[in-house]
Design a binder for this molecule. Structure first.
Ligand code: SAH
Ligand code: MG
Length: 196
């Protein structure tokens, strides 16, 4: 039973603090895939395969290529995908998203990896997105910190928040894409590639 497996993955993620998508974020993402009939999906940041599995379960015609650089998580993603019998629908690439060879074109690119590198992920893969295709970016609210006026004590966290805000500005100013920002889950950016 696939939904039992999925519930086990959710429980594991909670117990081991693996930052999988929040419930309303994953609901939005899967509904978007359904409504827009996205078939070829590229995900940056598989973790243990949770969001890739949820996206593949939308429709047997969906194919997800997903990238993970952490060996242990990559191996768990493979095991979880196998337990859900989704090997034919999901390809997991092991390595850094800036190093791995990623062939083909995509209807949807889901960015959910290192938050400090979002502009670079976007730039690396945007030409592999079809016209009318969508980039969805997770964690743009970063637990509410991106729009907070409270001072942030940690220097690293301050730098991270600055980079997420720079990405938000980058999307707002991007002429090739129309972006909508949603406060769903941990904050989503939905960027549609314009014609011409
Ligand atoms: N999308 C997953 C959660 C991903 S968590 C879900 O919702 O189920 C983010 C993951 O991105 C981490 O496992 C981290 O190892 C991976 N990651 C971060 N930077 C990366 C990079 N440059 N290349 C590949 N993977 C990366
Ligand atoms: Mg996320």
């Amino acid at each position: 039973m696939v939904h039992v497996r999925v519930a086990e993955i959710e429980a594991y993620a909670k117990e081991h603090k693996v930052p999988i998508m929040l419930p309303d974020g994953i609901d939005y993402l899967t509904r978007y895939i359904e409504a827009h009939k996205c078939r070829r999906i590229l995900e940056i940041g598989s973790a243990i395969g949770y969001s890739a599995i949820k996206m593949a379960l939308v429709d047997p015609k969906v194919h997800v290529t997903t990238i993970e650089r952490d060996l242990e998580r990559y191996q768990m993603a493979l095991a979880n995908i196998e337990a859900c019998h989704l090997e034919d629908q999901i390809t997991v690439l092991y390595g850094d998203a800036f190093d791995v060879t990623v062939p083909g074109f995509y209807d949807l690119i889901f960015i959910d990896a290192a938050k400090s590198q979002y502009i670079k992920f976007f730039e690396r893969f945007k030409d592999q997105l079809v016209i009318g295709g969508t980039v969805i970016s997770d964690n743009l609210e970063f637990h509410g910190l991106t729009h907070s006026t409270e001072p942030i004590a940690s220097r690293n966290l301050r730098s991270l928040i600055r980079k997420i805000n720079a990405y938000i500005t980058f999307l707002e100013e991007n002429e090739e894409f129309d972006t909508t920002f949603l406060t769903i889950g941990d904050g989503l950016g939905v960027s549609v590639k314009k014609k011409g």
